[in-house]
Design a protein. Structure first.
Length: 397
């Protein structure tokens, strides 16, 4: 994809005043991409419960070289998603909403509480069941695309400060998810491949230090790093974030390599890779499902972790930060609106399904994960949307 993509990246001759800000472009792309993702997830459910179900599951299991179609999507294409996540994290940390320590406090505390409390809810419900404690991190994630898509459907009722708050919380959340995947969901380590990955990463940082601005060396390095990490036992998608940290960025240059890559990759990730992941992973057969299967420990723990744990953690983190005077409430936002955004943080679709796939290999448990993630995410999305759409004079401040 790299060679075909390079000509469509932002031309070096464009001046900064002619370009939309990276954050504005990001918000617009992610919101629209979130709506496409909703459609992809709905289509997966329809197909998985139609006469096409057998063809759908057989295609995902089909071997294409060393991996199945599903694994190519989850391990290779999602590495590109994580590459974009890494670019966004680095940009926000360098010249965005996380560039100053004062700006990091509120989303940092909210995101941390929003990961810890859902994990506690999950372990309280499912932790004593044999083998289920491994899924503790599933409800700890927020799907930024899906959440911003719902936020876009809420219209102009939400101040811009809350859209930025949701974005920064989700980015900090992504940092936590990457760390969790690297530490808790990697296999047995192969030290030779891990050493090769370290050497490739050091070479990419050396390119950065040498002032190399061309994109192709970093894209080739990303590909080689993915192969090495895939063979090392660390989950291959971590290679995406690590590679992104080596790409040069200049806060005074809107066409620096990082900005050009981010603008070029965003549409591909938002409108193709993430929806394809959603379509490949959200399909679950509902035939024979009973109320008891829905409230079984695993799906119930995930659903309540997302719907109850996320909103409680994020909102409590914000209230405590403001009450202690270590951060300020998002400008122009009412507490009711902050609570609505905290509800939207419970939309954990993409990252929750991804972590669920790493936690449980058994197909029956995989279906239970999908049911729990879909239930918790849909409840969070509907409740957040309804609250944010309610006029303030009727809902209170």
């Amino acid at each position: 994809m790299g060679a075909a993509l390079l000509p469509r990246l932002i031309p070096a001759g464009h001046s900064a005043p002619m370009m939309r800000s990276a954050l504005r472009h990001f918000l617009q792309t992610e919101a629209a991409g979130g709506i496409v993702l909703m459609g992809a997830a709905a289509l997966a459910l329809i197909v998985a419960n139609s006469p096409l179900a057998n063809a759908y599951f057989a295609t995902l299991a089909l071997k294409a070289g060393p991996l199945s179609v599903l694994h190519w999507i989850n391990d290779a294409l999602m590495a590109v998603f994580f590459f974009l996540v890494g670019l966004e994290i680095k940009r926000e940390w360098t010249d965005g909403q996380l560039s100053r320590w004062g700006d990091r406090v509120l989303p940092g505390v909210a995101a941390l509480a929003g990961m810890v409390v859902p994990a506690i809810v999950f372990l309280t419900i499912a932790g004593r069941e044999p083998g289920l404690a491994r899924g503790w991190a599933i409800p700890a994630a927020t799907d930024i695309a899906f959440a911003l898509g719902v936020l876009a459907l809420a219209g102009k009722c939400v101040p811009a400060s809350l859209k930025l708050f949701l974005t920064t919380v989700a980015i900090v959340d992504d940092i936590g998810a990457v760390v969790i995947i690297a530490l808790f969901y990697s296999g047995a380590l192969h030290w030779g491949a891990l050493g090769g990955a370290a050497a490739i990463l050091l070479a990419m940082f050396a390119l950065n230090r040498a002032g190399v601005k061309a994109l192709w060396p970093y894209l080739i390095g990303f590909l080689l790093l993915w192969i090495a990490v895939h063979e090392s036992g660390v989950h291959a998608t971590v290679a995406g974030v690590l590679a992104a940290f080596t790409v040069p960025v200049d806060r005074d240059d809107a066409v620096s390599p990082l900005h050009r890559l981010e603008h070029g990759l965003s549409p591909w990730v938002a409108f193709w890779i993430v929806p394809l992941f959603g379509f490949a992973n959200a399909g679950v057969s509902l035939g024979g499902m009973t109320p008891s299967s829905i409230v079984a420990p695993l799906p119930l723990a995930i659903a309540l972790g997302l719907f109850i744990g996320k909103q409680a953690g994020v909102f409590t983190g914000v209230r405590l930060s403001v009450a202690l005077g270590i951060a300020r409430k998002p400008e122009g936002a009412r507490w009711r609106q902050v609570y609505g955004v905290a509800l939207l943080c419970g939309v954990g679709f993409t990252m929750s399904l991804f972590i669920g796939g790493l936690a449980f290999a058994d197909p029956a448990q995989g279906d239970a994960v999908k049911i729990g993630v879909l239930a918790g995410s849909i409840l969070s999305a509907l409740a957040g949307w309804a609250l944010l759409r309610t006029p303030a004079k009727r809902a209170g401040g």
